[in-house]
Design a protein around this ligand. Structure first.
Ligand SMILES: C[S@@+](CC[C@H](N)C(=O)[O-])C[C@H]1O[C@@H](n2cnc3c(N)ncnc32)[C@H](O)[C@@H]1O
Length: 342
């Protein structure tokens, strides 16, 4: 086991990535300069999440600034191009976004809510149908390989699995509060990279769930003889999936939560919690943004800050038991965190 870790670590002294911190998006120059007219009538504070910094006097200061100097430039979180802050009455935003994304928002938003240039996840993802269908289409077009599961950097798989095994092992065993090893669920499993290397060696039986049929069809061949211990290959989006109540000791959710809206992720965590056996555990392992929410137009996903993730876990009525940042991953990719909860 340690050899595997060492080998993976050595191999990864080179700079590699599963997902780089920034992605290139489309950008069209932004010229519209409308000013908010209805601010005094807006229920600004109650309508905003508490961590949204545009409220009260900040909003007035911002308006004053815009009135005098015109909208200031900002960076689009998706494409890193300069955009002009847009102050039109559309909806509450948190992450700077560029014009074409904003146009889509304006088309899909109710005209009576407020827009700054900072978008909460569910505001970015107002158009849920396109968000999910674009994400599914992206993965349908990817080959059923480990390399594709890891965005072209399949060689960090060993390092990833070693760290996960170490993180998970502190919860496993017998006795009060310990997590049993009878049955695990691999969420957003892809072809079963984690099922094969992490879950089947530790659990008697495993189920897999993924939205991409071709990946699940490929799984038995990829898993080899051990596939006989995989009971179910569920082809479903996690936003629709209902894991069997009281069924699993572990629910592992890796590199897939960015494909769910805040609301769907919260609801999925609640359903997952109900699917745990006594002592059961849910683990999320995923990219984490330094701040706020970052949209990736290439695969139609978002990357949330640890703060936002913690809030979602809390909203789902769960408690974080332990969280740890993955060591020795390439510097240029998002930080990857493991979060255990129940
Ligand atoms: C980056 S891959 C990760 C695969 C696997 N978790 C791993 O670490 O090897 C993302 C996976 O999530 C799946 N996926 C994307 N959106 C999904 C959704 N809404 N529900 C379930 N699976 C989804 C894709 O089909 C793909 O297999």
């Amino acid at each position: 086991m340690d050899d595997l870790c060492d080998a993976a670590r050595k191999k990864n002294n080179k700079k590699t990535t599963t997902k780089k911190k920034t992605t290139k998006g489309e950008f069209t120059p932004f010229s519209h300069r409308s000013i908010v007219l209805f601010i005094p009538f807006l229920p600004v504070k109650p309508a905003l999440p508490e961590h949204c910094f545009i409220h009260g006097r900040w909003l007035l200061l911002l308006l004053l600034f815009v009135g005098v100097f015109g909208p200031p430039p900002a960076l689009c979180q998706a494409c890193k191009n300069v955009v002009v802050l847009h102050l039109e009455v559309v909806q509450v935003c948190r992450v700077p976004i560029c014009n074409n994304r904003l146009d889509r928002l304006r088309e899909t938003s109710k005209p009576t809510t407020f827009t700054g240039c900072f978008v909460m996840t569910d505001s970015i993802l107002e158009d849920n149908v396109a968000f999910y269908s674009d994400g599914a289409a992206y993965w349908r077009g990817r080959p059923a390989t480990v390399d594709a599961m890891l965005g072209g950097y399949g060689h960090i798989s060993g390092l990833d699995v070693c760290a996960s095994r170490k993180f998970l092992s502190q919860f496993l065993g017998e006795g009060p509060g310990k997590t049993g090893q009878t049955r695990a669920l691999d969420c957003g499993s892809g072809i079963g990279r984690i099922t094969k290397r992490l879950l089947l060696p530790l659990f008697d039986r495993v189920d897999m769930v993924d939205v991409t049929e071709t990946f699940l069809k490929r799984a038995p061949a990829y898993l080899g003889a051990e596939a006989q211990r995989v009971d179910n290959y569920y082809c479903s989006g996690l936003q629709d999936f209902i894991p069997m109540p009281g069924h699993y000791d572990l629910i592992w959710i890796q590199w897939v939560i960015g494909h769910l809206t805040d609301e769907h992720l919260t609801e999925f965590l609640k359903r997952s919690c109900a699917a745990l056996r006594p002592g059961g555990l849910i683990c999320i392992k995923d990219n984490v943004a330094q701040e706020g929410v970052i949209w990736d137009g290439e695969d139609s996903s978002v990357c949330r800050s640890l703060d936002l993730l913690s809030r979602i876990v809390e909203d789902a009525g769960m408690t974080i038991l332990e969280q740890k940042c993955q060591d020795n991953f390439p510097k240029e990719i998002y930080a990857v965190w493991m979060i255990a909860m129940r």
